[in-house]
Write a protein that binds this ligand. Structure first.
Ligand code: ADP
Ligand code: MG
Length: 236
């Protein structure tokens, strides 16, 4: 089962003192089942804001988010938590790994955060097996007991990708996942995301300001002036 996600009429402003700064001014947007879409746009154009609203990390002032035909932005907190834990996977520019945990522990961590220590303890063998498998899948089978400070940027992002897959998400939201990596490493990470998109039917939205990275997606759109301004065909 693949997932379809859409947004309609999204508006979001931030208040700066007495001034209201509009960031999103009516964003209509959709990502098809198993599609990988890249969003490009200048720094400050609202890409992260849009991604956070789609993933229920932030709420719009107006408009809505629709997942497989069902409005999700206004659903109760409990359902939103479940969606954040099980439907969405998040990847960020700066990895957000916990420095005091090993790669393996970082990938296991979402379990005890979402299910509690008791459930974690009860299922710890299975959880460890799953986490090991995910780290092997992203090419880090030889780095299980390394701490983030002992990993390269590309390795940290791979560990973060493994962690994002723990809840078996159907939608992956990636905010500048290659923004902190050199070009070769960045393309390697993108290739991994591309492979995961194909092999797991993951619906994927990728924010980047790198046109070359964006061109690896099925489709590229540009965010400007608070709207999805144009549909840019990927250059082959
Ligand atoms: P992008 O990811 O495209 O660089 P963002 O979505 O992070 O853009 O931010 C869009 C605009 O909103 C920027 O001008 C930024 O300064 C502003 N902004 C983002 N978050 C906040 C916040 N929490 N409070 C005030 N302004 C914010
Ligand atoms: Mg951003």
């Amino acid at each position: 089962m693949t997932t379809h996600i859409a947004a309609f009429g999204l508006c979001r402003s931030y208040r700066k003192g007495k001034i209201e700064v509009p960031v999103l001014r009516g964003v209509d947007f959709e990502v098809g089942h198993g599609e990988m879409v890249a969003v490009i746009g200048a720094s400050g154009s609202g890409k992260s804001t849009l991604l956070h609203i789609l993933g229920l990390l932030d709420a719009p002032d107006a408009g809505g988010v629709v997942l497989d035909g069902k409005r999700i932005d206004a659903c109760p907190e409990r359902e939103r938590d479940a969606l954040r834990n099980r439907t969405f996977g998040f990847i960020f520019q700066f990895y957000h790994l916990l420095p005091e945990l090993t790669a393996l522990e970082n990938v296991m961590a979402p379990h005890f955060i979402s299910h509690g220590l008791f459930a974690y303890w009860k299922h710890r063998k299975q959880i460890r097996r799953d986490a090991t498998e995910l780290l092997e899948r992203v090419g880090l089978g030889h780095r299980l007991t390394h701490y983030p400070s002992e990993l390269s940027g590309g390795e940290m992002q791979r560990a973060a990708i493994a962690r994002a897959l723990v809840g078996r998400p159907s939608v992956l939201l990636a905010d500048e996942p290659t923004g902190n990596l050199d070009s070769t490493t960045g393309h390697g990470v993108l290739e991994l995301l591309r492979d995961l998109n194909r092999e797991r039917g993951l619906t994927m939205m990728l924010v980047t300001h790198d046109q070359q990275i964006a061109n690896q997606a099925d489709r590229v759109v540009r965010l400007a002036e608070g709207r999805i301004e144009e549909w840019v065909p990927a250059l082959v």
